[in-house]
Write a protein that binds this ligand. Sequence first.
Ligand code: FMN
Length: 185
Amino acid sequence: MSKVKIGPQTMLYPMPAVLIGTMINNRPNFMTAAWCSIASFTPPAVAVAIQKKRYTLEGIQETKVFSVNVPSSDMAKAVDYCGIYSGRNKDKSSIFTLSYGDLKSAPLIDECPVSLECTLIESLDLGSHTLIVGEIAETYLDEECTVNNKPAALKIDPLIFVPGTLEYFKLGNVVGRAYRIGKEE
Ligand SMILES: Cc1cc2nc3c(=O)[nH]c(=O)nc-3n(C[C@H](O)[C@H](O)[C@H](O)COP(=O)(O)O)c2cc1C
């Protein structure tokens, strides 16, 4: 395989398209994030890279709590809206139906099949972005998105973001079982 150098790009395939929820000035706000990943198992933690000028960053740093909401693919339009417009100029508080969990002040999106409720444990200045690390205090999963009481990916139907072409996708086909297919002869 011959490869061309395309410079140090921020292209990792694929990326999730999630909604980061915070309270800012007593109003719930939601920001779309693709640069988001699980960061630790013990404690359970999630990391999100947030550009310094984002309104959301102010809310997280002030309240020290936030939510990570996993939308389903049919929510692409609302997700994109939250990634275009800032809560500084647009009220994004009534786009979704909201709930509050154990932490009380991290707004959770009812329409999203999975919501993580997080407390801020680290804030790392990396340049253009601040890497926010949150300990996952609780996970809320839509009962209808389970099979045998376990989360079912195809029912969750997460929205997938593809950098470069800037397109949204949905999950495709299963190609193998992790930690098993590698052992096959
Ligand atoms: C698909 C998509 C992914 C995005 N991912 C990120 C991200 O990971 N980090 C970030 O800082 N901004 C990201 N953005 C941009 C913010 O969502 C956008 O600037 C938003 O308006 C910020 O909202 P806020 O100012 O209310 O916090 C993304 C936008 C889109 C459409």
